[in-house]
Design a binder for this molecule. Structure first.
Ligand code: AP5
Ligand code: MG
Length: 218
């Protein structure tokens, strides 16, 4: 299955991606995670991306597209994939369509996670991420047993640099201007399904898996 998750910052894309990818037996490809890994290693890509990420702006399309093309060429992505955070602009979506067409495939489904801005702010201001396994926690909504420590591998939890109030506000503006148009783009191609992404994480996962069934999975 070839699947894209779309939704505003804090909608729960990363949280749901791990469950859905497992359910569909496909690799989860998160552009935000790839950029953050490059930032922490100090690679040229990371240095280039960091300034944009810190402001809550999008990394330029040419850089992002090249990175995703390389990732999609890896063997594990050939039977299918779940993309979290890509595409985020119409030009990115057009390139993805071209790349898939060239390999004789296409997207099966684009799952939109729908939440409002107030919920986004509550979620992002309490988010914590594991430095080693990238598992996503929330200090109130999904707290680890020991504050600051990942239940899964005892890794240190950190707060993302772009989860400051001003940066969150800019990310929401950027989403509305650059990414929200993808909803219409994919709806017109008949691959879009939207779900209510509020309520407990497990309920959202069930809604997501249910929605995917109508597109031939499960
Ligand atoms: P990216 O990492 O993709 O950030 P984002 O889209 O802003 O989304 P987030 O990761 O903040 O939110 P999420 O939807 O994954 O929510 P999460 O599951 O963590 O991108 C970061 C930056 O990289 C961009 O700003 C840009 O600069 C750059 N970039 C990345 N891709 C790019 C691209 N394609 N083009 C250009 N630039 C790109 O959940 C949030 C919190 O809510 C967590 O604490 C979680 O525990 C909690 N939560 C989740 N579900 C629930 C629930 N049901 N109830 C209560 N709490 C919940
Ligand atoms: Mg994420």
């Amino acid at each position: 299955m070839r699947l894209v998750l779309v939704g505003p910052p804090g909608a729960g894309k990363g949280t749901q991606a791990q469950f859905i990818a497992e359910h569909a037996s496909v690799p989860k490809i998160s552009t935000g995670d790839i950029f953050r890994a490059n930032v922490s290693k100090g690679t040229p890509l990371g240095v280039q991306a960091k300034a944009y990420m810190d402001r809550g702006d999008l990394v330029p399309d040419d850089v992002t597209i090249e990175m995703v093309k390389l990732r999609l060429r890896e063997n594990d992505a050939s039977p299918g994939f779940l993309l979290d955070g890509f595409p985020r602009t119409v030009p990115q979506a057009e390139v993805l369509d071209d790349v898939l067409r060239e390999s004789g495939t296409k997207l099966d489904v684009v799952l939109e996670l729908v939440v409002d801005d107030d919920e986004v702010i509550r979620r992002l201001s309490g988010r914590r991420t594991c430095r080693t396994c990238n598992h996503i926690w929330h200090v109130d909504f999904d707290p680890p047993e020991v504050p600051g420590v990942c239940d899964i591998d005892d890794g240190e939890l950190f707060q993302r640099d772009d989860d400051q109030a001003e940066t969150i506000a800019n990310r929401l503006t950027v989403y509305a201007g650059s990414t929200a148009p993808l909803v219409a783009y994919y709806a017109s191609r008949g691959v879009l399904v939207g779900i209510d992404a509020t309520g407990p994480v497990d309920d959202v996962t069930l809604r997501a898996i249910d929605a995917l069934r109508s597109f031939g999975d499960g």
